[in-house]
Design a protein around this ligand. Sequence first.
Ligand code: GLN
Length: 638
Amino acid sequence: MKYVLVTGGVVSGLGKGVTASSIGVLLKACGLRVTAIKIDPYLNTDAGTMSPFEQGEVFVLDDGGEVNLDLGNYERFLNIKLTRDNNITTGKIYQFVIDKERKGDYLGKTVQVVPHITNAIQEWIERVAKIPVDGSEGPADVCIIELGGTIGTTIRHNDSGILDAGDIESMPFIEALGQFSYRVGPGNFCLVHVSLVPVLDAVGEQKTKPTQHSVRSLRGLGLMPNILACRSTKPLDENIKEKLSQFCHIPVANIITLNDVTNIWHIPLLLREQKAHEAFIKLLKLQGIAKEPMLDEWAIRARIYDALHDPVRIAMVGKYTSLSDSYISVLKALSHASIACQKKLVVDWVPSSDLEDSTKAEAPDLYRAAWRRLRGADGILVPGGFGDRGVEGKILAVKYARENNVPFLGICLGMQIAVIEFARSVMNLEDANSTEFDPDTTNPCIVLMPEGCKTHLGGTMRLGSRRTYFEVADSKAAKLYGNVSFVDERHRHRYEVNPDMITEFEKAGLAFVGKDETKRRMEIVELHTHPYFIGVQFHPEFKSRPGKPSALFSGLVGAACGQLELLLQNPSQWHLNKETYNKQWLLTHAVPPEREFEGLTTSNGFSPTQSHRNRNSKKPATRLSYRNIRSSGNGMHV
Ligand code: GLN
């Protein structure tokens, strides 16, 4: 097994996760099998109990693991299925060591950070790296390990004067990885340090000092970088590379520029362009095993994305609209579907509480803006969520979509909202609600699941991959999934549609077209009288892939741009046709290659907006990032 460790320096939010995933893509394109581990040095056992304002979206895996969103990047980029153990946290490691101590496994010894915690980290990495994640048997060839956080020089205080704990938390991992690199030896381990080379606007000069300092502190901690991946607005000048090489003791050939690009799909191409694969092959002694990287599919997708101009507008009606990381998988799934439809995705953020009457009185401008955005949309999406803030606004958005025949997709909470709205407006059950928001409602149409637990919130939801059986074969959802009899999708919920009210709902015209194996748990609702109105209890966004968009997202985007009929006639053929069409289309519309490196600023319309009621979110709305690309800093040093 070969290991590639990716660390970050200078500032957070450099796109370390995207870089690490792109390295994986490049190595996979060389014919190697690749797996990935993300290390998050916080004390939480997993991401499950954290608000999306903390670390962004909680990504859910097949096995029910609630993990850091970077695992979503790895799954999408590498088309793999990871396990909960692929996300290591301080919490998990300490829990493991303390459990062992309680069992008496340390045979009377004093248990310490070094060697017990550091050994546990190394053992964990070696064990997890061997788990097959790509559907083939046996361990992968290469394991990418991304260390969350930023390696700094000193322990410092953040803006609020609070000691920034990032450096302290990372220490056991850095020590463990230092030991690990020594143990597995050169030829089996290499370190990529992602750094920043800022450009001073006045003179346009690329400054190397921050990178020099960062590399020095990394060395001081016992980690020797082999490859430097330098984020910058434009490609590094040759003399800058030479300077970095001299001061950081890294060959020029191993200094890679990650300049601004127009879309995320360019990053693996950028790496290949600079022959990064040759550096990896040499460092990891893979000569004779790795072949020349084939990235045709990525090149086509990157170019198509850049050249799309005909917009499809999707309104995202949510609570965490001030931080696009909160809905990153939903955005990616929308983007995959839009590329397949040859449309330029424009996401219009609608903070749901701004749609409510109280905002009309307190901040009329925001109220008007929110409604203008909603009315201007070709499709409306209400994503998952927790807690009652903004729920009434979401109900208004669903009502608008239902009454005005606007294509609608409700995900998890979005589906529950659709059921509540239907109960209130169509069945005249005025106080219909979820017991999550109104425990005393006389019409509880969404209720806590019998196995649900309200006292312990960590890991107690219905989580991970579960099966949904189609009940009605000619439903749009069933057709979009290709008329299969069941689908496996990922879940994360504590509440469900009240099974005792199903007959009432069905009589009133709401169709439950997908159910679980007991037929008591509703998974998919649909309104047959509406052009596209679908709600799902699961999260289809987690399994969407660039080359294989999620069926229901394709349905939403397809309906929003008038392609639904075509899609429904033959969904699988549709993708095939589109793929062939894409290639044809590319021949006539190709973007000149040199544009790839200009750092163009094509807006994809992702402009997160803060709601009137939530102006004090912890993270800033925009962070340093590749243009249009989510940045994956873990927020230790903002
Ligand atoms: N809060 C709702 C529940 O627990 C919805 C959860 C979600 O949207 N992921 O059932």
